[in-house]
Design a protein around this ligand. Sequence first.
Ligand code: COA
Length: 260
Amino acid sequence: MSYQTLITELSEHIFTITINRPEKLNALNRQVIDELSAAIEEIYNNPEIGAAIITGSGPKSFVAGADINEFIHLDSVGGKTLSKKGQDLVFSRIENSPKPIIAAVNGFALGGGCELAMACHFRLASENAKFGQPEVNLGLVPGYGGTQRLTQLVGKGKSMELNLTGNLIDGAEALRLGLVNHVTSLEQLLPETKKILQAILSKAPLAVAEAIALVNHAAYGKPGGLELEIESFGRLSGTADAKEGASAFLEKRKANFKGN
Ligand code: COA
């Protein structure tokens, strides 16, 4: 598919989605949300795609938030619709994707940008990255999961502070808090992200998918996670890939997983 606000590239089973409105610091307007939704469906439906990266265009910004121009005419009903549509069609779809999706945060990740990064399974950031939930400056709260996922990632106290002050933090602080997993130079950001995804792509895809679902379950503090793990372990134990994994270990060779 081709998009007007996204650049997409599929190479070695890694689908890279670059949000491409650099003149507006890649702010998420309705068109970006619609196109992101379609691109996420590509991840789910295209068997050639094994994993994905979400990043922003240019050296300055990942995504500087939802497009504030669209806020001025919003009323209560419109705001609720905007938030629900984004959560249902983009943010939750990313979080629940059975294929890994990593954010490569190449600059400002503010508001909806921080939320987009947090919806991904994990995050790498460049040294110039800046994170924050500044919605309080606009008389709003985050609407794409920012209060929930930031609390999961950094704990209640820091999440409160960031959501109540709207303050920005840099990549080093984000790393210290556990908001991002690695910080690299801007040049190394995509190569390092791809390296991690290539390593994941060499693992058994069904096991990766089940691990994503189980960790997501735990992150929301839902009950029954240990029972779900028993079910997953049982399901995976019956797969050809589990036999291949054990055989490869015993035969001292690299496993060749087929996804079944
Ligand atoms: N929505 C709409 N437009 C945005 C935007 C957003 N969230 N963030 C940046 N832009 C636009 C600016 O209006 C400007 O457009 P213009 O050149 O037509 O005036 C352009 O992107 C460049 O931004 P600018 O503010 O000039 O860059 P800067 O380097 O001085 O500041 C930021 C960068 C990120 C600190 C600043 O743009 C900002 O505070 N943006 C809003 C962040 C925010 O509150 N996001 C949460 C929204 S819920």
